[in-house]
Design a binder for this molecule. Sequence first.
Ligand SMILES: Nc1ncnc2c1ncn2[C@@H]1O[C@H](COP(=O)(O)OP(=O)(O)O)[C@@H](O)[C@H]1O
Ligand SMILES: O=c1ccn([C@@H]2O[C@H](COP(=O)(O)OP(=O)(O)O)[C@@H](O)[C@H]2O)c(=O)[nH]1
Length: 251
Amino acid sequence: MTSVVVARSTLHHLNRCWFPALITSAKQSIRPCVLPQYARSSCSVRVRSFAAHRAMGKPKVVFVLGPPGSGKGTQCEKIVQEFGYTHLSAGDLLREERNREGSEYGALIEDNIKNGRIVPVEITCALLENAMNKTIQATGNDRFLIDGFPRNEDNLQGWTNKMADKVEQQFVLFFECSEQQCTERCLKRGESSGRSDDNAESLKKRFNTYINDTVAIIKHYEELQLVKKIDASAGPDAVFEHVKAIFGEQK
Ligand SMILES: Nc1ncnc2c1ncn2[C@@H]1O[C@H](COP(=O)(O)OP(=O)(O)O)[C@@H](O)[C@H]1O
Ligand SMILES: O=c1ccn([C@@H]2O[C@H](COP(=O)(O)OP(=O)(O)O)[C@@H](O)[C@H]2O)c(=O)[nH]1
């Protein structure tokens, strides 16, 4: 019974904040269209909300930003190993949702990804929030690396309105790397990644989006003195030495 009540409040939250269309029946079942794989479940599964978790302190969040191919994902994996954070890649969550059979957002997500545009924040933020809730409930781990988000003003506004009060923003890790070097890395990755956007045409668009939209977000966080900038042009292990120093300073 308790679990249903909690799930209903989660639904109410989603309903109120994000997706009125998610509520499909009087029985209040969740249509799984915005839930990542591990968050998809019937309403009988109890997902501890941030409110319930607050007694234990707010979840800690580090945003990880930088141009496509700057090594965000690579460094996040190392941080997970060394410092025990949970890595949530916004791009991975979106690709997972795009690939989910029956997703009503699949085509929209793919169109945005292929053209290097940013998916509406309602989708990305709901995926992130659900993944965070589910991780906390399943593992108790409440420290998150949010990789590749927020990338534009819409992302920033959406996160600020719905999530900023629920988390402790630790800092923003910014991997700086030249377009040429990043492009080479992504093209190499494209030989095996199967990603529809690791090609020269999509990469141009992704860089335009990065320069036109994401740089302003990094500047915004710089003004708040939250940015820890790292030169990402060296090899992965050398870059990680700098990353380690930053995380080592944290409590
Ligand atoms: N410091 C680095 N030097 C060279 N290649 C790297 C480095 N970091 C990552 N790579 C490679 O570059 C590609 C992009 O890295 P990735 O971590 O996926 O970047 P992002 O998440 O920023 O797109 C991958 O193929 C990865 O193996
Ligand atoms: O918060 C996000 C993160 C990613 N994307 C989309 O997913 C693509 C790939 O992002 P990812 O972070 O996986 O890769 P990167 O561009 O950093 O290599 C981006 O170009 C966007 O189209 C998005 O719309 N919102």
